[in-house]
Design a protein around this ligand. Structure first.
Ligand code: S3P
Length: 169
């Protein structure tokens, strides 16, 4: 089957849903941020601080190109992955792109106690998230084959919706 690429803003539940889809449909999980951290031997925060955002974005693109050759994987992308058109092209080549959408308020609740998101670290408030989300929204929606609203839904509900939309159930 096609690979599944989960995209969406930070804190929309991509990692959680990737695990759920993996269990339900026997897919291998590729957690992009985690794999980049492992390979670099550094946290995302340290990569941004020591090497810069551009360096991180290059690693993301390289990793996506690697994944193009895999099958039966569910990929939990970084929140910024679909902002580059070459990344979107790489995803669409052998997969379906699923956007997890959430309100700034619920995103805030999910990210407020985390300290490994350098783009939010000193800006953890609903207004900042709202602005950043508004700036990204067009690209997120344009990249998506399927859009799933996640607010007030359980992991099981979301996984079922995705499975139905992709014709897996
Ligand atoms: C980013 C999102 C993060 C991580 C990095 C940049 C972004 O991933 O890739 O901090 O630009 O939105 P998560 O969406 O998994 O938090």
């Amino acid at each position: 089957m096609d690979n599944i690429f989960l995209i969406g803003f930070m804190g929309t539940g991509k990692s959680t849903i990737a695990k759920g889809l993996s269990a339900a449909y026997h897919l291998k999980v590729v957690e992009m941020d985690e794999l980049i951290e492992k390979r670099q031997g550094m946290s995302i925060s340290d990569i941004f601080a020591k090497k810069g955002e551009e360096y991180f974005r290059k690693l993301e693109t390289e990793l996506l190109k690697e994944i193009q050759h895999e099958k039966n994987v569910v990929v939990s992308c970084g929140g910024g992955t679909p902002l580059r058109s070459e990344n979107v092209n790489a995803m669409k080549e052998n997969g379906k792109v699923v956007l997890l959408n959430a309100t700034p308020e619920s995103i805030f609740e999910r990210v407020k106690n985390n300290h490994n998101r350098p783009l939010l670290e000193n800006n953890k408030n609903v207004d900042y998230i709202k602005d950043m989300l508004a700036g990204r929204k067009d690209k997120y929606f344009a990249a998506a084959d399927i859009i799933i609203e996640t607010d007030n839904k359980s992991r099981e509900q979301i996984c079922t919706e995705i499975g139905e939309s992709l014709g897996l159930i």
